[in-house]
Design a binder for this molecule. Sequence first.
Ligand SMILES: O=C1O[C@H](COP(=O)(O)O)[C@@H](O)[C@H](O)[C@H]1O
Length: 226
Amino acid sequence: MIQRFEDRAALASALARDVAAALKSGLDAQSAASLAVSGGSTPKLFFEALSKISLDWARVTVTLVDERWLDEDSPRSNAALVRQHLLINKAASARFLPLYNGADTPEAGRPALEAAVAALHLPFAAAILGMGEDGHTASFFPGGDNLASALAPTPEQKLETMHAPGAGEPRITFTLPVLAASDFLALHIEGARKQEILDQALSHGPDEAMPIRAVLRYNPKIYWCP
Ligand SMILES: O=C1O[C@H](COP(=O)(O)O)[C@@H](O)[C@H](O)[C@H]1O
């Protein structure tokens, strides 16, 4: 289902409202709820809208669907984006679980992160994915060294490392089954170019060429604006 909005502000406020409702349902049913968000350039307005909504944020753990293996002082750090634009206002009391821990490589950092992730309340009450113009989502990149295992139906771990020609830097990502099991699964994309990429992904073709296809099979709610 594609929901189309007239502009970025309208999309941000609708997505924030729907994510907050999913978190509230999770908190009504159990003692805590987890939220996985994407990084990149798209989510800022959505983060700011969500941060202003009243919720029992102290019972919410926010994490990332994926991370670039970089210090938080890098402008490409997804964690830095979350700290600056989501963990503010009413959401300042949420707990944050970053996916970068300063180890030399994601492979070296992964065991400690797997242990931290094991303490999360899963499934995620909500997971919000983005999409790159190469058809990647989370860090499921075309040509990624561990793409097959990240997309496998029964991965051994919740996290997978990724190196790919188009990724810019090494990555770590939640695997597809963990994200797809979320109570509320959404894809947030903006702009005419990404609409074209989405149309291409919705047509027949291999997941390896456009890994977003693997997510589309789970029928995420799609939020789009020009
Ligand atoms: O590298 C990444 O890119 C995607 C898409 O980012 P955008 O800048 O095109 O919005 C993002 O969803 C992902 O979390 C991030 O690591």
